[in-house]
Structures are given as C-alpha cells and as structure tokens.
Design a protein around this ligand. Structure first.
Ligand SMILES: NC(=O)c1ccc[n+]([C@@H]2O[C@H](COP(=O)([O-])OP(=O)(O)OC[C@H]3O[C@@H](n4cnc5c(N)ncnc54)[C@H](O)[C@@H]3O)[C@@H](O)[C@H]2O)c1
Length: 289
C-alpha cells in the first residue's frame, strides 16, 4: 500500500514537531491527509506550524508538552483521544544533542539528554500504546533513533547512548507487541542519517570554566554543523520514511545507503570483536549516497 492509502484520514501525534525532522514529518503527514497533533515545548513553533498547515488546507492541533513529564504526556494522550480521535501514528521524535568528552559532561546535561531522548520515548509509549491497542484498528509507533544508534562516536557519548537505547527499546517493543498478539500495532525504528534541523545549534556543551573541555566540545559541534551543510531536506526525509513504513520495513532510513553502511560497519566490528577505530573522514557527502 502507498503511504497515502495507509495514513490518509488518520491522526498523527508527533513530538518535537516544532523544528527539523518533526516539522518535516508533520508537513508530509498533513500533505498525505492526516490530522496532525504538533507537540513541542516551544509553543510559538508549533502554533506557527499549525497556522501554516491550516493555511494549506490541512487539519492540525498544537500542544505544548514536555516529554520528560510522564503526567503531562498521559494528559496529552487522554486529550487527543477525547478531542481529536484515535491515533494512527505516534512519532516519539523529540530529542536533543550533547557535545564534549564524557568526563567533562555536567551531570545535569547527562540527566537532561537521558530524560528527553530515552524517558520521553518511554513516556510516549506508556501513555499512547494501551489506547492504540484497545482501539483495535491498525496503528503505527515510530521511535526516533539515529545513524548514531548503530555507530559509536567520540565527544557525543551521551547522545549515542540514548540512540542505542531507543533502538533497543524499539526492537524489544516490536517483539512485545508480537508476543502479546497485538497484530494491528506496527512498531518501527527511524534512523535518520543527516537531516537539516536545529539540533546541533541547540545542543548543550560543557562547563565553560574549562577552556580545553570547551575547545574539544565545540570542535565536535563544528564538525557536525559541517555535516549539516550537506544534509537532507526534512520534508524529503519524511517522504522516504513514510514510504518505507507503508511498505512494512522495520528500520526506516532517511538515506538508506549511508545509514545501512553504518549498520554493516557495526555488525562487522561486533562480529570480528575488534575495538572501535577512530574515523578521520566525517563529512557527509550526498553525492556518495
Ligand atoms: N537532524 C539529524 O540529522 C538527525 C539525525 C539522526 C537523528 N535525529 C533525531 O531526530 C530527532 C529530532 O531532531 P532534529 O534534528 O529535528 O532536532 P531539532 O532541534 O531541530 O528539533 C527538536 C525539537 O524537539 C523539541 N524538544 C526538545 N526538548 C523537548 C521536550 N522535552 N519535549 C518536547 N519537545 C522537545 C525542540 O523544541 C525542537 O522543536 C531527535 O530525536 C534526533 O536525535 C536527527
């Protein structure tokens, strides 16, 4: 089935919809004929996107919700089912970055990225999935991992940890819905490669009283911003993800060749039991993918 046949007329709830990948997914969902619930901590961003989608003839709702707060996410789920309708697609997308050596990372920054990137996904699953199961109609859960969910990278350890965690969470969740016999629920992992967004600008760094630590963290930010210069448009990325989801793929890759090369490398390192090697070439070149 096409993405339009699969998703048109349904309700999509997208966390972190105020920017980047989430906004791209929302724009594409709306163009497919979905009602889109735009969830973010940035009220202005989701209000603006709602107005944009409505002006283009779409149906959208904006909701301010911090995915770190389980009660707020539960309240959001209750409100969506009461006021909007049963959810066909839940995208646990909200996520943040962190740069710097692990030993320089402030505890508050470690806790923040775990709370948003990992706990936020768990809160979304816990609040929405029981309702999706009870509705008995086909429904999809997408959790936002990353190419970083199958790679290891220095100076981004907390982020990489969260993306490996989201991938494992999603793989286990897929098995659990099969184990429980909920065959109308489709769990899928999204692994974006490089997509234009605000994530590297808004990433946290390290304590600014230690200049060496700051230099290391900011050099990694600069390297990632360099990758962003050649990154994919978020609406184009969304189209790829929706098409793969409708085709029944489990691993949804924005840039299939680029991301699957990282999957192959991960499998090679584990199967040969070699220590991870530092890479010198970091720049993402779309011409090669
Ligand atoms: N951009 C990429 O190349 C890339 C690659 C791989 C994975 N990802 C993943 O995609 C997801 C989206 O990232 P992006 O690059 O679009 O970033 P972004 O910074 O452009 O957008 C993230 C959005 O999440 C919102 N947000 C942050 N904390 C929140 C919270 N506690 N509750 C609700 N909303 C919150 C922000 O306000 C923002 O609107 C993340 O999970 C990220 O790890 C991105």
């Amino acid at each position: 089935m096409s993405a339009r046949d699969t998703f048109a007329g349904g309700v999509a709830v997208i966390t972190g919809a105020g920017a980047g990948i989430g906004a791209g997914l929302a724009r594409h969902a709306s163009s497919l004929g979905m009602t889109v619930v735009l969830v973010d901590i940035d009220a202005g961003a989701v209000a603006g996107l709602r107005a944009e989608l409505e002006a283009a003839g779409g149906v959208a709702v904006d909701a301010v919700c911090d995915v770190r707060d389980p009660d707020a996410v539960q309240e959001l789920a209750d409100r969506v089912y009461r006021d909007v309708g049963p959810v066909r697609l839940l995208v646990n997308n909200a996520g943040v970055e962190q740069f710097g050596y692990l030993w320089d990372t402030p505890v508050a920054n470690w806790n923040r990225i775990m709370d948003i990137n990992v706990d936020g996904v768990f809160h979304g699953v816990r609040a929405f999935l029981p309702k999706m199961i009870d509705a008995g109609t086909p429904a999809w859960v997408w959790n936002m991992s990353s190419i970083g969910g199958v790679a290891v990278v220095p100076l981004q350890a907390p982020y990489i940890v969260t993306k490996h965690a989201v991938l494992a969470l999603t793989e286990c969740l897929h098995l659990e819905v099969r184990h429980a016999g909920h065959d109308h629920i489709h769990v899928q992992a999204v692994l974006p490669g490089a997509v234009v967004s605000n994530i590297f600008e808004s990433a946290r760094g390290v304590d600014d009283s230690d200049s060496e630590a700051v230099t290391a963290a900011e050099s990694q930010r600069a390297a990632m911003l360099d990758i962003k210069a050649a990154a994919m448009d978020p609406v184009a990325a969304a189209e790829v993800v929706f098409d793969q989801a409708a085709a029944g793929e489990f691993y949804l890759l924005t840039q299939p060749e680029y991301v699957s090369s990282a999957m192959t490398e991960r499998a090679r390192v584990l199967s040969t039991r070699q220590a991870p090697q530092l890479r010198t070439e970091r720049r993402f070149d779309p011409a090669k993918h």
